[in-house]
Design a protein around this ligand. Structure first.
Ligand code: COA
Length: 631
């Protein structure tokens, strides 16, 4: 998940209980969203020489001296007055003047819509929620009904434009992503995909899709007067769906969406040749969101439970289990298992994780406080089942998709852990940034495993800017390298180790500040490259250089997605020999989800997880062993 805010930075006023608005439009504040958006600054284009200098600095811990010298030479040539760099920079600055955000469209295309790998594992993140206290269909249906009501409550704030604006360091943030996550779906294309959002269409959707035993249903969730169905009403409707989809031998049509995007693009065109299929697909795409009522998964020990749920969220467990119980192109899918497993999978193109977990936090809070309104039982029509005509060709596509998906499922190695020794309160008590503390620990864990530093990606929010998405914090720095090398060096004193740790943490926080203020290097370099492509000039040598390839090979792809709910987001690695690491730092514990590929002999999620735990504990120990006056 290369593209990946700042819930903790943005004091989430919306999460206070008063934020649960009534499902009526009395509070509508028309035009509020646009007025807010227009007040946001535009993403700056950083100065060229600044980026080139910083690029050289980030290469230091990951590139050999010899390669560095070669790269320095290329960068000097690129950046010289009147050179290629200057020309591209001017082009970028022109683009920045003419567009709302010089980066957002390029980013959407290159990071998502033109990315051809399956969205499953390679792009779509999952969210693992704590195990629910039910073990049967009754509990599953009741929970699903409340959850649907909770999401509709959140939707009211979006529709009414009353969603409280988030702030970061006193600055308001772009709220656009919240308006992209409902009633939205990715659509495959043979070369590039598109995302369609029905929120502003002439007839915005009033239904959600429910999928059970691979069968899709349209569930209307609003009454004719525009009020949402009550929890009881939704329950009744879900019962009807459940009872009419008891057979499990149906074709898992949704599994098609797990394919490589070109393959799926072709299969899609074939699928929608049939009018009934086209209408059914459109009903899924247009729905507000999808709820997947999953069959029970194989039981595992308590220790492995969260890791198993992570796989259920990321891929559904394979064609024998729940992978056919999805439409992976759908932006938002809530997953509720009959066995109490629960979570979310979302298609990444329209939004980053933080708005998704903000929605999850709201729903969880809503469900806690929701009173059961006993509604007059006006009979509601049977939810419509979506029909698919399966031709032999479609059947063949489904079989191919099953095979590919099962290979991907076997290849994914996920470990979810709860680090329970301390949470973000410990680094805070030491006047250290918790995020930087965790990132430095990750550097230490990796170094201990591989005896080298690697190119590391951490998502940084650009939402202080209009339509801002993310940039990259490069967590492997010269300071983190000095610390990880010193930590296990017996010739170094505790004081020296702590001094180096503090320096590494300060450097990380400084990079974070630079990134969230639009001054990091990765998106700027991408912009310069895209500008060269647009100008139809040859790609500058700095982008063909070995150093560039190494810098872009993120063995550690990481992200903090903080939530109030005791959950954790998870995603796959972005390179074959890498790790995906996502974490939710709570006050007294930290939830981690680490992924790797089984096909890579050098990676192992559980082992890195173990090393990370040791690194966090060792870092705490060197700090607390020091007399307070020496800190
Ligand atoms: N001393 C004491 N407390 C400190 C501190 C210090 N030196 N530095 C930070 N803190 C506090 C902060 O005030 C904050 O307090 P809070 O919990 O009361 O809000 C807390 O520690 C967390 O701060 P920190 O750990 O530094 O991280 P952050 O919340 O600023 O987040 C990023 C850092 C990089 C994660 C964030 O800026 C960001 O950009 N997130 C985007 C993530 C994203 O988009 N992910 C997408 C995934 S799809």
């Amino acid at each position: 998940m290369l593209a990946r805010v700042i819930r903790s930075m943005a004091k989430p006023a919306r999460m206070q209980s008063s934020s649960l608005v009534k499902p009526v439009s009395l509070t509508k504040i028309p035009g509020r969203y646009l007025a807010h958006q227009e007040g946001l600054p535009k993403l700056p284009v950083p100065p060229l020489q600044q980026t080139l200098d910083r690029y050289m600095a980030v290469l230091q811990p990951i590139i050999s001296q010899e390669e560095l010298e070669h790269t320095k030479h290329l960068l000097d040539e690129f950046g010289k007055p009147g050179g290629v760099g200057e020309r591209l920079q001017k082009g970028l600055e022109r683009r920045a003047r003419k567009t709302e955000n010089w980066l957002s469209d390029w980013w959407l295309q290159t990071a998502y819509l033109e990315y051809r790998m399956p969205v499953v594992i390679h792009s779509s993140p999952g969210v693992v929620l704590p195990k629910l206290e039910f073990h049967d269909r009754q509990g599953q249906i009741r929970y699903a009904a409340k959850l649907i009501a909770g999401v509709l409550d959140f939707k009211t704030m979006i529709d009414n434009e009353t969603l409280p604006v988030e702030y970061l360091g006193g600055k308001p943030l772009c709220m656009n992503q919240y308006y992209q996550i409902l009633s939205s779906c990715r659509i495959p294309g043979p070369k590039r995909d598109t995302v369609i959002n029905y929120t502003l269409s002439k007839s915005p959707p009033t239904h959600v899709t429910i999928v059970h035993n691979f069968q899709f249903f349209v569930l209307d969730v609003y009454n004719s007067d525009g009020s949402p169905l009550t929890v009881d009403q939704i329950c009744t409707q879900l019962e009807k769906i459940w009872n009419s989809s008891l057979q499990t031998n149906k074709e898992p049509i949704g599994i098609l969406t797990s394919q490589h995007r070109n393959t799926w693009g072709n299969a899609y065109n074939n699928l929608i040749k049939d009018k009934t299929n086209k209408e059914s697909v459109k009903a899924i795409q247009k729905s507000i969101f999808t709820v997947c009522l999953d069959a029970p998964m194989p039981r595992v020990s308590d220790e492995l439970y969260l890791s198993r749920v992570a796989t259920q969220m990321l891929h559904g467990g394979g064609s024998r289990w729940n992978s056919g119980n999805r439409w992976f192109d759908k932006t938002l899918q809530f997953i509720i298992g009959e066995d109490g497993s629960c979570g979310v999978i979302y298609e990444h193109a329209p939004a980053e994780g933080p708005p998704i977990v903000a929605l999850v936090d709201h729903v969880v809070e809503f469900m806690r406080s929701a009173e059961t309104v006993r509604s007059p039982m006006i009979p509601l029509p049977m939810p419509k089942k979506l029909r698919f005509n399966i031709t032999p060709e479609i059947k063949k596509d489904i079989e191919k998709a099953k095979q590919n998906l099962n290979i991907m499922v076997h290849d994914l190695d996920v470990k979810v852990t709860v680090f329970s020794h301390f949470g973000k309160n410990f680094p805070k008590s030491q006047r250290m940034s918790p995020d930087a503390f965790i990132q430095v620990a990750l550097q230490l864990a990796y170094y201990r495993n591989y005896n080298r530093c690697c190119s590391t990606y951490e998502s940084a929010s650009l939402r202080m800017y209009r339509l801002g998405r993310t940039d990259t914090i490069r967590s492997a720095s010269i300071d983190s390298q000095h610390f990880v090398q010193a930590m296990d060096d017996p010739s170094k004193s505790n004081q020296q180790k702590v001094d180096l740790l503090q320096k590494a943490i300060v450097a990380h926080r400084a990079y974070t500040n630079m990134a969230i203020n639009g001054q990091a290097i990765d998106r700027h370099l991408l912009g310069l490259k895209m500008q060269a492509i647009e100008d139809l000039t040859s790609i500058p040598e700095i982008f063909m250089d070995t150093s560039f390839a190494v810098a872009m090979h993120f063995n550690l792809s990481t992200s903090q997605v903080p939530a109030k709910t005791d959950c954790v987001m998870c995603f796959g690695p972005v390179v074959p020999d890498g790790y995906g690491v996502c974490y939710n730092p709570m006050d007294e514990h930290i939830n981690f989800a680490i992924s790797a590929f089984n096909s890579c002999a050098e990676t192992n999620a559980a082992h890195l997880s173990h090393l990370l735990e040791e690194a966090l504990l060792d870092m705490r120990d060197v700090i607390i062993q020091l007399p307070k006056s020496k800190l």
